[in-house]
Design a protein around this ligand. Structure first.
Ligand code: GLU
Length: 506
């Protein structure tokens, strides 16, 4: 088998959509599994859609996710097939457009936009092809001398592929099987525009995949309609024997399954559809990213890998990147679209938060605390992290859930007060504070055993007193086991908070 070489070939038209990230990931997994190369090529021949900053965004996204590029944009040193930015490969394409023109597989067309519009109005379902090209203004209908003159005068033109009608075109797709179409359905697509002196996507894409010795084209399903044209381009160039194999990936669908997942769905439903935060340089519009939302890159990788692929035969859902590399197969990529499930994304992050070494999480949590001017003893911080992370999906949740360990309540939740602060509470908690003050051993187990005994001796209801105590310590009704809280706060702080609550709420 020829060496596996795959490419991710985004156009720098804005932030990289999470569906594009999945395409990059599947390419990467496939390359790694086959000890192949993963190439990053930037397809920037459409100058009208070019967005500054988008290329850097793509590079940084892949880097953050650990989708390491072997060759191409963002990789140190010149690759064998440099340059990898299509706008810098203009000269290379000229030669191939000439090849098609010389062999009669392509022709010059001089129709103005107005003339094309007029034809569209005149002929229903107008398509520039074998049935119409003879009534258009192109090098097939005008004399060679006139063509020469128009070109010499610098007149605007395009080069179109000359599709031979009534040919069967078969795209062998590794996911979908054979997709057959009649060439008469394909129009004479534009391959080159003199206006920007650059090829269109179709030509540049085929020439580059050929020259870069790409073995497999793994890309989104939206490119499937273009694949027959691509097969014909390989044929017309005489490259069919070394044509890459195709695999078109299913779409990422909206959570309800109705249509393609879009940025608007993310805005509407409150989740990111981009890997990193992004500000559109033209409109200033901002979009949120997974990184800034607090996701671990490993969790995003794991989540995306399973959106459209499954390893089969097991219930396992947590996979390291190494496991994914071993298990991935294009045969197990589904044909139908994958519904995006944001709750599941959070679930993955939750799992990774539990798996990580606790001191690593504590270190990240500490950054949030330092930002709040809180400087905590590391042992205590690790204990709090270990205790609180079970409930957290993100490190930022730790701050929301565990803030009370560092900052005494400044106020008390109204509803909890109404429910949990009884007439007897001030009296009972005052006694409890005195009792606590006398305890020599304030560790959770000991404090709990002795307090239960004390409550029984006093004839106080466990729930009533403990709920009021929680309110005094936390400021609301939530939190972990109450004696874990008292132990971590320590005796003095526990007693102080009880007294403050009594003064404030009495
Ligand atoms: N430049 C195309 C895109 O933006 C690449 C399609 C392909 O992989 O062939 O998705």
């Amino acid at each position: 088998m020829k060496k596996v070489r795959v490419r991710f070939a985004p156009s720098p038209t804005g932030a990289l959509h999470i569906g594009g990230v999945r395409t990059a990931l599947y390419n990467y997994l496939f390359a790694r599994q086959h000890q192949g190369d993963f190439i990053l090529r930037i397809e920037d021949t459409d100058s009208a859609r070019f967005v500054p900053g988008a290329e850097d965004y793509i590079v940084e996204s892949l880097r953050w996710l650990g989708i390491n590029v072997d060759e191409g944009i963002g990789v140190e040193g010149k690759g064998l097939h440099a340059p990898y930015r299509q706008s810098e490969r203009r000269k290379i394409y000229v030669q191939y457009v000439d090849q098609l023109l010389d062999s009669g597989k392509a022709y010059f067309a001089f129709d103005t936009p107005e003339e094309l519009d007029a034809k569209r109005n005149e002929i229903a379902n107008f398509q520039y092809d074998a049935s119409t090209r003879n009534v258009m203004k192109n090098s097939l209908t005008i004399s060679a001398a006139e063509v020469k003159e128009r070109l010499a005068n610098g007149e605007k033109y395009v080069v179109r592929i000359k599709i031979e009608p009534e040919q069967e075109v078969v795209v062998h797709d590794l996911i979908r099987g054979d997709v057959k179409i009649n060439s008469s359905r394909i129009d004479d697509k534009v391959l080159w525009k003199s206006a920007d002196g650059l090829p269109t996507y179709h030509l540049a894409n085929i020439v580059d995949d050929h020259l870069m010795e790409i073995s497999h084209v793994i890309r989104g399903e939206e490119w499937l309609p273009s694949a027959p044209l691509h097969v014909l381009l390989y044929r017309y160039f005489g490259w069919e024997d070394s044509m890459p194999q195709f695999a078109h990936l299913p779409l990422l669908l909206k959570p309800d399954g109705n249509g393609k997942l879009s940025k608007r769905d993310g805005d509407r439903l409150g989740f990111p559809v981009f890997p990193l935060n992004w500000t559109d340089p033209k409109s200033g519009e901002q979009s949120s990213g997974y990184r800034e939302a607090g996701y671990f890159p490993e969790a995003v990788i794991n989540f995306l890998a399973l959106l459209g692929w499954n390893p089969g035969g097991s219930e396992q859902e947590i996979f390291s990147i190494e496991e994914l590399v071993n298990l991935f197969s294009l045969e197990r990529v589904s044909k139908s679209g994958a519904k995006f499930d944001y709750e599941k994304a959070k679930w993955f992050n939750h799992k990774y938060l539990q798996q990580r070494p606790v001191d690593e999480i504590a270190l990240e949590f500490n950054k949030i605390l330092i930002n709040q001017d809180i400087f905590e003893d590391s042992e205590k911080l690790i204990r709090i992290t270990a205790l609180m992370r079970e409930r957290a999906n993100f490190i930022s949740d730790l701050w929301n859930d565990a803030k009370f360990f560092f900052v005494a309540p400044a106020e008390y939740d109204e509803k909890t007060v109404q429910k949990r602060w009884k007439t007897d509470s001030p009296q009972q908690l005052a006694e409890l504070a005195d009792f606590f003050a006398e305890l020599a051993d304030f560790t959770a187990v000991n404090a709990e055993t002795l307090t239960m005994q004390w409550l029984a001796d006093k004839g106080y209801g466990v729930g009533v007193v403990m709920n009021a105590l929680r309110l005094a310590l936390v400021g609301e009704g939530k939190g972990p086991h109450i004696f874990d809280i008292t132990e971590i706060l320590g005796k003095d702080e526990t007693v102080t908070r009880i007294k403050t609550a009594i003064e404030t709420l009495a």
